[in-house]
Design a protein around this ligand. Structure first.
Ligand code: 15L
Length: 264
């Protein structure tokens, strides 16, 4: 990997991953639709809109691998989800293939399977159960990744990212927390691990409260260094987790209860 593109570099994960990837690859091309500041040593900065075909061409030019964090990262109107997360991701993959990109890491989300009840162990082979339109776009991205691996021979890692913030603060996020270090380790495996076709893994640290069996990630060499266990006592002594009956019953939490009208 000579040149790696990091999309979504202005986002919460993007900003921290940019730092974690400093000087890991000869060139890190960082990109977002909004200003992300000047290029650091070993970086190229590109302001680009994922819905603009000309921008997509520029973005992937000369790139060997992509970590695709870009797009909408929470629930939004369908028209925006469709434009940015679905059409934008499809077109990015198309341009990537045309430009000879060999590897993509797709930032999927736990919301691709957010309607599974809490306590049910998932391992990445289960049917999707998206909990919102945003989650639906992540299911699309996972299917797109499978298609581009099968049909075009790209190596792709879809990572169902959990809660990637400084710390865990609810029972749900004790299960889903991932440190930026562990997530970066997974992304690097997706770019560097030989023989990758397409796999779906969970972006989660070594949490004893998790609902996810991450054996596929471990088979690929993932060895998480962090754990949310350090906050168990604090979370248990704190206020009860906010959210309605649905949010508290399913893995996706509040994402699942937006406009909910069914029976979980
Ligand atoms: C996600 O997919 C979001 O991008 C993030 O902001 C969190 O809300 C996280 O899921 C979550 O599960 O809460």
């Amino acid at each position: 990997m000579r040149r790696v593109l990091l999309t979504g570099a202005a986002g919460g994960i993007g900003r921290r991953m940019r730092k974690a990837l400093a000087n890991v690859y000869p060139v890190l091309r960082v990109s977002d639709v909004v200003d992300i500041g000047p290029a650091a040593d070993g970086e190229e900065v590109m302001i680009a809109d994922l819905t603009d075909p000309a921008d997509l061409k520029r973005l992937v030019d000369g790139v060997d691998g992509i970590i695709h964090l870009g797009g909408l990262s929470v629930e939004n109107e369908w028209s925006d989800i469709l434009k940015v997360n679905i059409d934008g991701t499809y077109r990015l993959y198309e341009e990537a293939y045309e430009a000879g990109v060999r590897r993509i890491v797709f930032a999927s989300s736990n919301h691709a399977v957010g309607f599974y009840p809490r306590g049910q162990i998932l391992d990445g082979t289960e049917r999707p159960r998206p909990d919102c339109r945003y989650g639906l776009s992540k299911v699309f991205g996972e299917a797109l990744s499978q298609y581009f691996a099968d049909n075009y021979g790209l190596g792709i890692l879809s990572i169902r990212i959990g809660w990637c913030f400084e710390k865990s603060d609810t029972p749900r996020t004790l299960g889903s927390w991932v440190s930026i270090g562990d997530l970066t380790q997974l992304c690097r495996l997706g770019l560097e691990m030989p023989g990758l076709h397409h796999e779906i893994v969970f972006g989660v640290s070594d949490n004893s409260r998790t609902w996810w069996d991450n054996r596929t990630a471990r088979r690929l060499g993932y060895a998480p260094q962090d754990s949310s266990d350090q906050w168990i006592a604090e979370v248990e002594a704190g206020a009860p987790e906010p959210g309605n009956e649905v949010a508290l019953a399913v893995q996706g939490g509040p994402f699942a209860s937006t406009g909910y009208e069914g029976d979980p």
